[in-house]
Design a protein around this ligand. Structure first.
Ligand code: TXE
Length: 478
């Protein structure tokens, strides 16, 4: 199977004739060939978005929201196909790709449709004048997405971007292109005006960078690794492109002795290992109050060892495969580093799986203890099924340890003392904190991080703000 770009309402081949082979992470078998688009393809896609912009941006917000509803309806019809493709492409369990990926992809379009329908013009009265603020579209946007939550993250950008009147060129991860292709089939089938959404497949070096560098791109919304984010930021900066960066994380799960023990074990396991730990919000460093440290550690090991690792398409599977051989090597590197840094591996390693999976990218979840909070393993983003355990006594020492990382995306606090949880939240250098829960998302709230975790916020009105330009009109009274 060979994928195609989607430009100006047509599926079309890439100019270069070059391909990347997309492999199934669980089996190592080929799924499809992915086009490597070059600057010529990228320019064509941008020109198509530019051509579509004047008419599309003239639609009323309500008219555009109706298109978002049509896309949501179409995706809902394709729900099971989204789940199957996502599971095959990423190696994640089918139960997860149904409940999270397919579900949220539909929900993102519905949510932004409702938000846009409910938008109001803000007014500021003066003694002798009235100001009103209108949110105008920006122009043509580049939407660049990673491999861990492919359609979930793409739809999170496409819906508010086109809903606010922009036209876009999408560049999904070359490792997981299948559901971006599905989204193009969906918009094609519903007859969305040509050029409003375009898609170029390809790698970062050739396709992604040509897109970001192009002078006809007005804004860039990027989700991916911090190193790539920094490159994207520097190439966008020279022409003052509006920029949103959602980057990596090294998030803490903080467990106090007064927590609800069973619920906290379940929550910390979920936060550490959902999607094989390949979510920027995952809690990969677990700080446990000294008096319950041993009990908590032992229960955590039991809970992790009970998780079922294997066939992503099996309904009972809890943990699937890692995205790629390179990524598996990265996790193996960090698990060796943990030992070099003085840590003890409490569980994890090579799982025993049927022959069908011998060429896949598999590792059983790893728990490490005994590392200093200053070790590389407890500060750097690993982005896989590996967590480090740390003991704490005092709150002041805890804050110092938690903030000792370049990342600042999310975190969770587990305690019955909600006042303490709220107080502590404010001392943590991060964009989001959950108390007694994790990844409990209200789509209206701001999403994003501080420090190396990114620039800007998306979600709810923050997305509407990013994907538009606020313009003030001041009318002097007679
Ligand atoms: O992501 P990249 P990679 C972290 C995680 C992971 C690391 C690297 O730690 O190990 O990042 O992952 C496109 N100009 N996260 O290498 O490279 C690329 O084609 C423009 C956290 O897979 O950041 C893809 O579409 N685009 C993250 C997208 O950027 C470029 C999720 C992301 O790829 C480009 C994934 C360039 N120069 C990984 N280079 C999260 N925040 O959730 C690459 N791309």
């Amino acid at each position: 199977m060979q994928l195609m770009n989607y430009i100006n309402g047509n599926f079309c081949p890439q100019a270069s004739g070059k391909w990347i082979t997309n492999l199934n992470p669980a089996t190592g078998e080929e799924i499809c060939k992915v086009p490597v688009s070059n600057s010529k393809d990228v320019k064509e896609a941008i020109n198509s978005a530019k051509k579509a912009y004047p008419n599309w941006s003239k639609n009323t917000p309500h008219e555009r929201a109706m298109w978002l509803d049509k896309i949501a309806n179409k995706l809902e019809e394709m729900f099971e196909e989204i789940a199957q493709l996502e599971s095959m492409d990423t190696g994640k369990p089918i139960s997860l790709s149904r409940s999270v990926d397919a579900n949220r992809s539909v929900a993102n379009f519905r949510f932004f449709s409702e938000m846009i329908k409910g938008m109001e013009i803000e007014e500021f009265e003066m003694k002798d004048a009235t100001n009103y603020v209108i949110q105008k579209p920006i122009g043509v946007g580049a939407l660049i997405t990673p491999w861990n939550l492919p359609l979930y993250l793409l739809s999170w950008k496409v819906a508010p971007a086109i809903g606010m009147g922009n036209t876009v060129v999408c560049k999904p991860s070359e490792l997981t292109p299948m559901t971006a292709d599905l989204l193009m089939r969906a918009v094609d089938e519903i007859g969305l005006p040509a050029g409003v959404i375009n898609l170029v497949h390809g790698n970062g070096i050739e396709t992604g960078s040509s897109l970001v560098e192009d002078s006809d791109i007005d804004f860039v919304s990027f989700t991916g690794g911090t190193v790539t984010g920094s490159k994207v930021a520097s190439s966008a900066a020279s022409s003052f492109k509006k920029l949103s960066l959602e980057l990596g994380g090294k998030n803490s799960s903080i467990v106090f002795a007064d927590c609800d023990f069973e619920k906290t074990i379940a929550g910390v396991v979920r936060s550490g290992f959902l999607n094989q730990g390949q979510i920027c919000l995952c809690g990969s460093r677990i700080f446990i109050e000294e008096e319950i440290y041993e009990d908590f550690k032992n229960s955590l090991i039991n809970a992790v060892e009970e998780m079922k690792i294997g066939d992503p398409l099996d309904e009972e599977t809890d943990l699937g495969a890692l995205i790629s051989k390179e990524h598996l090597k990265k996790i193996e590197y960090y698990s060796n580093l943990a030992i070099e840094e003085g840590g003890v591996l409490l569980t994890g390693g090579v799982p025993c799986l049927p022959k069908d999976f011998e060429n896949g990218n598999w590792i059983a979840p790893i728990i490490v203890e005994g590392l200093s909070y200053e070790s590389r393993c407890s500060k750097e983003e690993i982005f896989g099924p590996m967590v480090t355990l740390h003991k704490f006594k005092e709150e002041s020492e805890l804050i110092k340890m938690v903030n000792n990382t370049r990342y600042g995306l999310a975190g969770s606090i587990w305690t019955k003392d909600i006042e303490r949880g709220r107080r502590l939240s404010e001392s943590i250098e991060t964009g989001m904190i959950w108390i007694n829960t994790w990844l409990h998302r209200d789509l209206r709230v701001p999403f994003g991080g501080v420090k190396d975790s990114g620039v800007g916020r998306e979600g709810g009105r923050w997305s509407l703000g990013f994907f538009s330009e606020a313009m003030n009109v001041c009318v002097k009274q007679e």
